[in-house]
Design a binder for this molecule. Structure first.
Ligand SMILES: NC(=O)c1ccc[n+]([C@@H]2O[C@H](COP(=O)([O-])OP(=O)(O)OC[C@H]3O[C@@H](n4cnc5c(N)ncnc54)[C@H](OP(=O)(O)O)[C@@H]3O)[C@@H](O)[C@H]2O)c1
Length: 289
């Protein structure tokens, strides 16, 4: 059984490879792909096969997927170019005759107005059209989207956003990765649609309260109009288009579009998902905080 993991040079994909190895999948049966393979040379040392893939290069995908039984297609990071890239990957999976392709989509795809969802929804449609047996892993937000900004929250005494009182079912990349590995390890996954998210959703005010409690420093949530939040993100160095997409995603959170109540994540990983409180406490203890 050969499993190809795309995006394995990135954070989520690497964690999926690690989870498969922890489940005693023979390293030689795992193919880890990405553009910058130098980042995962250590996986090759452990026996994992490395193959270079650029989603924009169909031939690289065909070569990487040859002989694969299952493919985990981790959504690319080049917003605006992803549909074509994902279509290339789906075509290569079809040419390779894979038994299953699993795709990391976004929570509530099909019923959300978030701009970020459009490419995911179109990719889901492309999978359906392809006729390939597939599984949709609709992931909510990463907790790390917040915990990575802990230093900034403390510096400014504020969590900024445009999410109002909306709650988000964020979960750690590690938990999403374990769920993706569980899907790859099972044989009955074709046609399934998972809505993955944390068990305990939270508002950004609650996030600020937890940051305060974990660090003993005053931090408050400050809600901003989306245009103003976009300007703040641009001022912090983000490209304008990406900043606008993040602010738009906060508006989606305000509408409850990253809220997940399925329980799919904890069911599949066989334990409660890591909570925001646990993640904030761990981040507060790390030297970077
Ligand atoms: N749920 C959330 O909160 C959230 C947040 C951010 C992103 N995401 C989505 O989830 C995905 C995985 O998250 P992550 O944290 O692991 O992101 P990440 O660390 O940035 O990794 C992205 C991965 O995608 C690969 N990739 C990007 N463009 C590619 C291309 N043209 N051809 C081949 N590989 C390509 C990268 O490979 P190279 O670096 O080797 O090129 C890398 O392995 C992201 O790509 C994005 O679609 C979700």
């Amino acid at each position: 059984m050969t499993m190809v993991i795309t995006g394995a040079t990135g954070q989520l994909g690497r964690l999926v490879v690690e989870a498969l190895l922890e489940h005693n999948v023979p390293a030689a049966q795992i193919v880890a792909t990405g553009r910058d393979l130098a980042r995962i040379g250590d996986l090759a040392d452990r026996g994992v096969q490395l193959r270079r893939v650029d989603y924009s290069d169909p031939e690289s995908l065909r070569q990487a997927f040859a002989g694969a039984d299952k493919v985990l297609l981790i959504s690319g990071s080049e917003v605006g170019r992803r549909l074509e890239q994902h279509r290339n990957a789906i075509a290569a999976a079809k040419a390779a005759g894979v038994r299953l392709i699993a795709y990391t989509s976004i929570a509530n795809a099909g019923s959300t107005d978030m701009q970020l969802a459009a490419e995911h929804e179109a990719t889901e449609a492309a999978l359906e059209e392809s006729g390939l047996p597939h599984t949709l892993l609709r992931n909510s937000w990463y907790l790390e989207n917040y915990t990575d900004r802990l230093g900034g929250y403390l510096e400014h005494g504020a969590v900024l956003g445009s999410a109002g009182d909306g709650r988000v079912s964020a979960a750690t990349r590690a938990d999403y990765a374990q769920a993706a590995a569980a899907v790859l390890l099972r044989d009955d996954q074709a046609g399934r649609v998972y809505e993955f998210g944390g068990d305990v959703p939270f508002s950004l005010s609650e996030l600020a309260e937890e940051v305060s409690a974990a660090t003993d420093r005053p931090v408050k949530y400050q809600d901003l109009p989306a245009e103003q939040y976009t300007e703040v993100l641009v001022g912090a160095g983000l490209p304008e288009g990406y900043a606008a997409i993040l602010a738009d995603s906060d508006l989606g959170i305000a509408r409850g579009e990253l809220l997940v109540t399925s329980g799919d994540l904890s069911t599949l990983i066989g334990r409660p998902a890591t909570t925001m409180r646990e993640a904030v406490q761990a981040a507060a203890l790390s030297p970077a905080a």
